[in-house]
Design a protein around this ligand. Structure first.
Ligand code: BTX
Length: 323
């Protein structure tokens, strides 16, 4: 851990009070001039620092400005997020990511924004993200993969996200097949996987996710308020989006190696552990029909297994689930 990381940690812990230059200098074993220099660097990198001669320093807002340098700074990954494309406002980070990938962006490049004007979910549904209280991001990956395996990546991403978020927030989070994270029956995160592929092989995949972080209920429209939540609403505190993002990227990269080594069975086991409504009856709407069934699990390739009205097992590749 660098001095700079320790300094940020101390400032975060004292979010609501000032901490004197003297105290910081004693805790970190560096001079007050060195502290002052660090503060200047932090400001340059987008942190809002308040400084008063008699009081000391304070991080003025836990929601630091997002930019490529605040995101990359202190990030402990080898390739994921080492190239950051940041724009304050975009239509959709998925679109920017497709363009960036087509220009040859390397594996692990991420596209991040504060606000999306046309954030999208599956089947062109709207993903509400026209404010800077969430994490809206797309990752460009170039795995060796056949197109039919790509859906496993959505499940893998869901597992990795749940683990990071539970670890950081202490909240209990579940995965709704295939791509949503839920807290107490409300959606907190959605994942969207898109790819460019030939018949045999994937050229690149783009995994986008939208995570609600610091929204209050007022940020959600009437249409989705009852069914949506944010980390902040669930934990009664604000979260530093950059710290969250970095932890997500670091864990994702570590899990990615394990996934490659051990295959999907490793992910499947974990997925089942976090699965929402496992063993319960839900409504399943496929492109062909809709019926009530019991969620039984997922198959070795990531499809949903349900017990239908007649108690028979059915394997479902594409469906919406309701309850
Ligand atoms: P989905 O189709 O499963 O979910 C979309 C549905 O979720 C909407 O129809 C609405 O009911 C509900 N919804 C919309 N916005 C929110 C929200 N902020 N919180 C909770 N529920 C909401 C899920 O699709 C995949 C979403 C991926 C979003 C990311 S953000 C970064 C990247 N860029 C982009 O345009 N999309 C992805």
């Amino acid at each position: 851990v660098t001095t700079r990381d320790q300094l940020i940690k101390l400032l975060m812990e004292h979010e609501h009070e000032y901490i004197s230059g003297q105290a910081l200098s004693e805790r970190l074993h560096i001079s007050r001039t060195a502290i002052w220099k660090h503060m200047k660097e932090l400001e340059k990198d987008g942190y809002h620092i308040e400084a008063y001669p008699k009081k000391g320093y304070r991080i003025a807002s836990p929601n630091h400005r997002f930019n490529a340098s605040t995101i990359k700074w202190g990030l402990q990954t080898k390739w994921l997020g080492q190239t950051v494309v940041f724009e304050e406002v975009v239509d959709s980070t998925q679109d920017v990511a497709h363009k960036t990938a087509q220009k040859g962006a390397e594996h692990g490049t991420i596209v991040v924004t504060d606000k999306q004007l046309k954030g999208r979910g599956r089947r062109n549904r709207i993903w509400a993200s026209d404010h800077a209280e969430g994490l809206w991001l797309s990752m460009i990956l170039r795995p060796e993969l056949s197109p039919f395996e790509a859906s496993q990546f959505t499940l893998f991403t869901a597992v990795s996200l749940v683990e990071t978020l539970q670890k950081l927030t202490g909240l209990t989070i579940h995965i709704k097949w295939p791509n949503d994270l839920y807290i107490r029956n409300r959606k907190v995160c959605g994942i969207l996987t898109e790819m460019q592929a030939e018949l045999e092989s994937v050229n690149y995949i783009i995994i986008g996710f939208g995570l609600n972080v610091n929204q209050t209920e007022d940020h959600f429209t009437d249409a989705i308020r009852e069914r949506s939540t944010s980390l902040s609403l669930e934990s009664n505190r604000t979260w530093d989006r950059i710290q969250l993002l970095q932890a997500i990227l670091e864990d994702f990269e570590t899990n990615y190696y394990k996934y490659q080594q051990e295959g999907f069975s490793y992910i499947r086991k974990k997925w089942l552990h976090y699965a929402y409504k496992l063993g319960e009856e839900v409504k399943i709407i496929t492109p062909h029909r809709s019926f009530f069934g019991i969620i039984d699990g997922i198959s070795a390739d990531g499809a949903l297994i349900v017990l239908n009205e007649n108690g028979e097992k059915e394997v479902i590749y594409s469906a919406e689930i309701h309850w």
